[in-house]
Design a protein around this ligand. Structure first.
Ligand code: COA
Ligand code: ZN
Length: 307
């Protein structure tokens, strides 16, 4: 039987770098993306075309997008908050617009400074712009499994926004657990519900490991038929406008787990580990990647000396 293909989407240079306190130099961002472009990803989220006042760490979005060497097998996507961002991203030829709004009213206000219905209307205009320009659009629904400000998000509430964007003809939707509130049972229920209703949408699951449930949630999603995942090299990341947010699930840990289970991730794990190790030097601290510390399961040790 051919192994089931999974699609890995890197977010470290967007979700990871947006929350760093020190600006990562443009040349370093470009160099990292160029190295990662040889690792087998389906997509790389390069940056975000947000207001430089809101996200100063990614104020160099145009330079990064224009500086990278694109691998034709990879889609280079970027996060877009509004029409202005879409126009900026369109001018430098991103392959996909990744639009963002929250399933939670309170987080939408904190992150995007508007109501969900205003966001929905604004994103409608961005999707129309994308369609006209022939650019694929994906909508990432933040706080889909729970909001750090407002608490639980019901499946009914989430489905309301899924319905809205599915009916606008987006290619993909990403269900995001922005602050690691999801549990595997909830993930399965949500994954079955959205895929049953919209089997033709390209579904992505985006987990953060804030409460240690990240990989368990990814496994639950795979068991429910999901094949696309966002993840971040070394586990770096977190929304600066979500209290208590921490890193995404770690790309090398996700790939290591799925490869051992016999899935086909198409990824070069050794290259990922090298890049993750170098990223620690770049940001000047240890990353939360446990795989980086322990090594792959085939790393053997000499037996401890007998006393
Ligand atoms: N790119 C560049 N500049 C932008 C912009 C964009 N996409 N959107 C707005 N701006 C600028 C405006 O031109 C304006 O500039 P000025 O003060 O020099 O005139 C300023 O930002 C304010 O514009 P306004 O329309 O009032 O937006 P805002 O201040 O309410 O910001 C967002 C709204 C959503 C654009 C902003 O909060 C944002 O980019 N947030 C980022 C959210 C994010 O990425 N979160 C983490 C990931 S989930
Ligand atoms: Zn995230």
């Amino acid at each position: 039987m051919t192994p089931k293909r999974l699609f890995i989407q890197e977010v470290v240079t967007r979700d990871g770098f947006q929350a760093e306190s020190q600006f990562v130099p443009t040349a370093e961002k470009i160099q990292l993306i160029n190295r990662l472009s040889n690792a087998g990803y389906a997509k790389i989220e390069v940056t975000s075309f947000t207001s430089p006042k809101a996200i100063p760490m990614l104020a160099d979005a145009e330079q990064v997008m224009q500086g990278i060497k694109r691998n034709p097998g990879i889609e280079y996507t970027a996060l877009i908050p509004n029409l202005k961002g879409a126009q900026r991203a369109g001018a430098v030829h991103v392959d996909e617009f990744n639009l963002v709004m929250s399933a939670s009213e309170a987080h939408n206000q904190a992150n995007l400074r508007m109501s969900r219905s205003d966001s929905a209307a604004a994103l409608h205009a961005v999707i129309a712009f994308a369609n006209q320009a022939g650019i694929a659009s994906n909508v990432s629904l933040s706080t889909s499994f729970g909001c750090p400000i407002a608490g639980a998000i019901s499946l009914k509430d989430l489905m309301h926004w899924v319905d809205y964007f599915a009916n606008l003809g987006v290619r993909g939707l990403t269900i995001c657990d922005t602050t690691g509130m999801a549990n595997p049972a909830q993930v399965k229920a949500v994954c079955y519900a959205v895929q049953d209703k919209y089997p033709h949408i390209q579904w992505t699951l985006h987990f953060h490991n804030t409460r240690g449930m990240g990989l368990a949630n990814a496994l639950a999603a795979v068991e429910a038929g999901i094949v696309r995942f966002d993840s971040s090299l070394g586990g770096l990341g977190g929304c600066p406008y979500a209290p208590g947010a921490t890193g995404n699930i770690c790309t090398e840990e996700l790939v290591h787990m799925f490869d051992l289970m016999g899935y086909d991730t198409n990824m070069n794990l050794d290259l990922l580990l090298e890049c993750s190790n170098d990223l620690q030097t770049l940001i000047g601290r240890k990353l939360p990647s446990q795989l980086l510390m322990a090594g792959k399961v085939d790393r053997l040790h000499s037996a401890p000396q007998q006393p």
